[in-house]
Structures are given as C-alpha cells and as structure tokens.
Design a protein around this ligand. Structure first.
Ligand SMILES: Nc1ncnc2c1ncn2[C@@H]1O[C@H](COP(=O)(O)OP(=O)(O)O)[C@@H](O)[C@H]1O
Ligand SMILES: [Mg+2]
Length: 275
C-alpha cells in the first residue's frame, strides 16, 4: 500500500465519521495453486460488531479468517487489522498482530489435562505457548483469569480439568482464554458446529454480549442461518470466494439464503433454521 492509501479516511469525505474499523479489507484476493479462493473480498468490522460469515464448505470462510492474521497467501488487495497493514508484516510485527487477535475454534483446542483456570491463563502467554505451571502466573493474572471464568459462568469449575467439562463449558473456557489476551478482534471459526442447538445459542449469546460490553468485534462463521439472524449484527455471505451478501443479519431472507447457498436451498424447513 502507498502513503496515499493510508491518508484516505475509510468512510470517504461524505460519510459521518464512525468508529474506526478494526478490520478493513478491500479487494482481497487469495490464490492457492492457480485458482482464486478469495476473489476481491471487501469486509469491514467496527468495534463491538458481530458479523456472521455464511457460505458453503469450501466457499473461503476459513481462508478469509486466516488472511486477517497473515496466514493465507494474499495476492492482491488491502488487509488492515487493528491499525496494521497485515500484508506488510513479518516476524515480530506478525506476532504482535496475532497477540491482538483471539481465536475460537470448533473443537475448542483446550489443553485437556490442564484445569479451566490454567487454560485461561495460557491465553495471556500468547507468544510463549501454553503454560503447565500455574505457579508462574502473577496474582493479578490469576485474579483476572478467575474473573473471566466468572464472566462465562464457570467460576465453580475453575480447577476442574478441561477434559471433564461439557462441550458448551469447554467453549466458554475458550472464550475466557481469548479474552485473557485482551484482544482487539475475535475470530470464531464455526464455534458452535459441535454443540447442540441450546448450547450453540448460549455460546453465541455470550459472544455477542461480550463483543458489545468490550467493544471487541467478532467475526463468526456459522452453518445455521437462524443463528446468524438471531445473534449477529450483520451477515456476510461468501460464494466461491466472492462476497454475495453483506446486509443486516435481521434482513437475511429467502432470497439472501439462495444467493449464498444456491437456488435449490430450502429456507426455514429445518428445525435449526427457524429463527
Ligand atoms: N492450504 C491450502 N492449499 C490449497 N487449497 C486450500 C488451502 N486451504 C484452503 N484451500 C482451498 O480453498 C477453498 C476454501 O477453503 P476454506 O477457506 O477452508 O473454506 P470454508 O472454510 O468456507 O469451508 C477450498 O477449495 C479449499 O480446498
Ligand atoms: Mg472452514
């Protein structure tokens, strides 16, 4: 990017200045081998906003998330995250960016034999990797980790081994771990795909409350349209690497769903699809 790019305000001269976006992506292209996996993607997230990423398997959702932390081969476009030009970062700059971005995964990625508390504390050691010696942490860190576990309603389970917790509880530990990083952005790649519908709603409700409370935007990929409608502010639909929908989540209707998933897609027939 050029000095001129960075001098142009994101909203242009005619729009009222809102909060500066945490994610500001335009024209993003990612090519693996020869085929573009992302093709001219535009995406912005402002503080506190929850954006649902929808699309078939293979549409590029995970690749888009990886590009935001410099983990995909970007061949074109602009990728700005947390005031950094991601494509220009190397080494220490990339590590600093990654320390500012919390990740939530489908399969939780906790250390199973460590306690919930130790897993959360590990979130504060982003650069150093998971800690196995809880005594290494300061009293302040432990107090903070406990208050985050309290926030996700797991204070009573703080000393329980992660592997003994239910799926919904493990995902709440993972959310507390991400918050321990004090992230500028949370990327949640299919965070509820392994949970039953009630727990899925519980986890997404928690994520959206936290986004608002802390002003941290959340980009969350989902397979259930009804969950996007209920818990996200905005829905972005990817189809074959292109953004085909970018609208308020409440406006996702039959036409939007067909635009994202194809003309033969049913809308609202599945129990889980119902808003
Ligand atoms: N490391 C890689 N090398 C080659 N192709 C990849 C790689 N990662 C993803 N792809 C391809 O990119 C496309 C999008 O994948 P992905 O971003 O994982 O989609 P989604 O998360 O929406 O299921 C798929 O066709 C996938 O095969
Ligand atoms: Mg994926």
């Amino acid at each position: 990017m050029t000095a001129l790019d960075s001098a142009v305000p994101a909203g242009g001269p005619d729009t009222a200045p809102g909060p500066a976006p945490v994610v500001d992506v335009s024209g993003l292209t990612v090519v693996y081998d020869t085929a573009p996996v992302l093709d001219g993607v535009d995406l912005t997230l402002v503080p506190g906003e929850v954006v649902a990423l929808l699309g078939h398997s293979g549409s590029g959702k995970s690749t888009l998330m990886r590009a935001l932390t410099g983990m995909a081969p970007v061949t074109g476009g602009r990728v700005h995250v947390a005031d950094r030009d991601v494509t220009a970062l190397r080494g220490r700059g990339l590590r600093a960016l990654r320390a500012d971005v919390g990740h939530i995964f489908q399969h939780f990625h906790l250390v199973p034999r460590l306690s919930a508390l130790a897993n959360v504390l590990a979130g504060g050691l982003h650069a150093a990797g998971p800690a196995s010696h809880i005594g290494l942490f300061s009293r302040e860190q432990r107090t903070r980790a406990l208050s985050l576990l309290d926030r996700v309603d797991l204070l009573a389970q703080a000393r329980q081994q992660a592997r003994t917790l239910s799926g919904g509880q493990q995902q709440r530990v993972a959310i507390a771990r991400a918050l321990m990083q004090d992230p500028r952005l949370i990327l949640a790649d299919e965070p509820v795909a392994s949970l039953d519908p009630r727990l899925a709603g519980n986890v997404l409700g928690l994520l959206s409350d936290l986004a608002r409370e802390r002003g941290v935007p959340v980009l969350v990929s989902l397979h259930v349209v009804a969950l996007a409608r209920r818990y996200a502010d905005r829905a972005v639909g990817l189809r074959e690497g292109r953004v085909v929908v970018d609208i308020p989540a409440a406006d996702v209707d039959r036409a939007a769903v067909r635009g994202i998933y194809g003309a033969d897609t049913e809308f609202g027939t599945d129990e889980e699809e119902r808003p």
